[in-house]
Design a protein around this ligand. Structure first.
Ligand code: ZN
Length: 262
């Protein structure tokens, strides 16, 4: 069980529970996570959904060397990459973004690359003061993670800077861009998130649903949905190039990144 799930006082809490691997996402973890989001979305007793993580880090990103039920094939082709990433790194994130209930992510420690694909789709983000957000995927010869929230969340200049350098951003820095709603001391993260969720849970559910739709629809009219789709395909050309140049170097790079933060 990589995901824990509980409901109390109209709030569903979904917890990433692979702390020994810094909550790195293998396919099983993501499939369990999607099932938990669906369960919360469909439960009439749930008004607000909280996503949190056990351990020191929110998520170290994608774990492509699967340790679960979904095997890594012997021969990796662009078709296989496209197929797997369409499902787990694009469709999942968009589905979570459009769940018709308010969602809040609570983020501590490292949130690297694929970690952003878990918190960006949430409506609100509360960050602990030790949170560090980064997308070093350019190091792998690809222009960023599959779901291009960067420009929307950070503005174009900071988006380019962090992609060009691979550097991490502090919680305070991303609070200034509006990417996170609030920065709180690490030991108050759960309590602060709970307090915000409880406040929202007292509002009329249909009003909340309409408010969320209004904001998401505004972004979609501005091009969010179309941009996310087309940049996913740009990302895939990076995978295609990596395959043609050197086979599949990404596994090595990811392992290096994981080793660096343990
Ligand atoms: Zn990818």
């Amino acid at each position: 069980m990589y995901i824990l799930y509980e409901v109390a006082d109209k709030i569903a809490t979904i917890t990433l529970n692979r702390p020994e691997a810094a909550n790195a996402q293998n396919p099983d973890l993501l499939d369990e996570l999607d099932a938990a989001w669906t369960r919360a979305a469909e439960d009439p007793d749930v008004v607000v959904i909280v996503l949190r993580a056990n351990g020191k880090h929110f998520s170290a990103g994608h774990d492509m060397r699967s340790s679960g039920k979904v095997p890594v094939p012997d021969k990796i082709t662009l078709e296989l990459i496209y197929q797997a990433e369409s499902k787990r790194y694009l469709e999942y994130s968009l589905r979570w973004r459009n769940i018709p209930k308010p969602t809040i992510a609570a983020v501590q420690g490292r949130c690297i690359a694929g970690g952003l694909l878990l918190c960006w789709p949430c409506d609100l983000i509360i960050a602990a003061d030790d949170a560090l957000f980064s997308d070093p995927v350019v190091l792998m010869g690809i222009g960023g993670v599959e779901y291009h929230g960067h420009t929307w969340e950070l503005g174009p200049r900071l988006a380019k800077e962090i992609l060009f350098t691979g550097r991490a951003m502090t919680a305070e820095e991303v609070a200034r861009t509006g990417m996170v709603n609030k920065v709180v001391p690490r030991d108050e993260l759960d309590a602060e998130t709970r307090a915000l969720a409880s406040k929202i849970a007292e509002m009329p559910p249909f009003g909340l649903r309409q408010a969320k739709r209004a904001v998401n629809q505004t972004l979609d009219v501005q091009g969010f949905y179309a941009a996310i789709q087309s940049i996913f395909d740009v990302h895939q050309t990076g995978h295609g190039n990596a395959l043609s140049v050197s086979g599949y170097p990404i596994l090595t790079k990811l392992d290096e990144m994981k080793a660096a933060i343990k």
